[in-house]
Design a binder for this molecule. Structure first.
Ligand code: DAK
Length: 257
């Protein structure tokens, strides 16, 4: 009904399907999104997760303002935790996550896209943190991840003014990795996902873990983590296969073992 999951090979595409509200997330949809992501994080056959929105107008136009309007402090706290749990899963599940931004990515919508590892956008997409105009601030990780993904100055400009940016400006600031014509976005997303699904899932999981440390914690400890994960790969079949394939001048076939 509301959060669709389509599996094709090792790629799972999660579509927020509430076009009448521009895919804004109310409690029911956010809870279902969390359940879907929990399932996909644990599913070994799923190598790559794509997050997108239904229709051609919106990725996710944010948290549902009509739902939030009546929240008390405790409910708002729980609501914030629910969004954080979704973001945490997208950011840390041991497989790449891609936001395919097919339209408005506002407020909580941009925050979920920011929690993904990679972001591809349609040239028509609009991205922003308009919470300030609702008398609140970003509550699903945007005040942290926007600055980490772009710069502190750009993040403050977007969060303080609420001004949405188009895909070209987002690309200029590193907010998205690439921009495509709307009709091409899904195909390009698929190409990227298929490429990642063919790589060693083990090496990708460790690469994700190591790069996630890049902007947090002590530098020395992070380098030690990288060294540990690098060494661990030498106990795997995938390392043997990758290097043998290079030497034998053939394509590798990774199994994740
Ligand atoms: N919530 C609820 N409904 C929404 C919505 C949203 N975020 N965005 C759009 N809709 C609904 C509209 O109300 C309308 O439904 P009806 O009123 O016709 O029933 C329908 O979608 C179509 O929207 P429009 O008629 O407005 O379409 P337009 O093309 O004219 O405009 C728009 C598109 C995206 C520019 C406009 O809809 C808009 O400005 N929407 C609101 C965008 C926004 O402000 N998003 C950020 C929401 S705030 C926290 C947890 C979470 C958050 C914060 C704190 N804590 C608890 C810590 C997150 C906050 C947010 O995400």
């Amino acid at each position: 009904m509301s959060i669709d999951v389509e599996r094709d090979g090792g790629i799972a595409t999660v579509t927020v399907n509430r076009p009448d509200a521009l895919n804004a997330l109310d409690l029911e949809h956010a809870q279902e999104l969390l359940e879907r992501l929990e399932g996909l994080a644990a599913e070994e056959e799923t190598r790559v997760v794509v997050l997108t929105g239904s229709g051609d107008k919106a990725f996710i136009a944010g948290a549902d303002i009509k739902y939030m309007q009546g929240l008390g402090v405790l409910e708002a706290r729980r609501w914030g935790e629910l969004g954080h749990a979704c973001g945490q899963l997208l950011e840390t599940m041991p497989k790449p996550t891609i936001a395919s931004i097919n339209g408005y990515a506002l407020g909580g919508g941009l925050e979920l896209a920011l929690a993904c590892d990679l972001r591809l956008a349609a040239s028509t997409a609009k991205l922003g943190q308009p919470e300030i105009d609702l008398g609140i601030l970003p509550g699903w990780g945007g005040s942290i991840r926007l600055a980490r993904t772009t710069t502190l100055g750009f993040a403050k400009a977007l969060i303080f003014t609420g001004r949405p940016v188009d895909a070209a400006e987002a690309l200029e600031h590193g907010l998205v990795n690439a921009v495509f014509e709307p009709g091409e976005l899904m195909e390009k997303t698929r190409e990227l996902a298929e490429g990642l699904a063919a790589k060693s899932p083990l090496a990708l999981a460790y690469a994700k873990e190591a790069t996630n440390h890049a902007l947090q914690g002590p530098h020395r400890t992070n380098l030690e983590t990288e060294a540990r994960l690098f060494a661990l790969m030498f106990s795997s079949e995938d390392q043997k296969e990758g290097m043998a394939a290079f030497v034998e001048k053939r394509e590798p076939r990774f199994t994740g073992s």
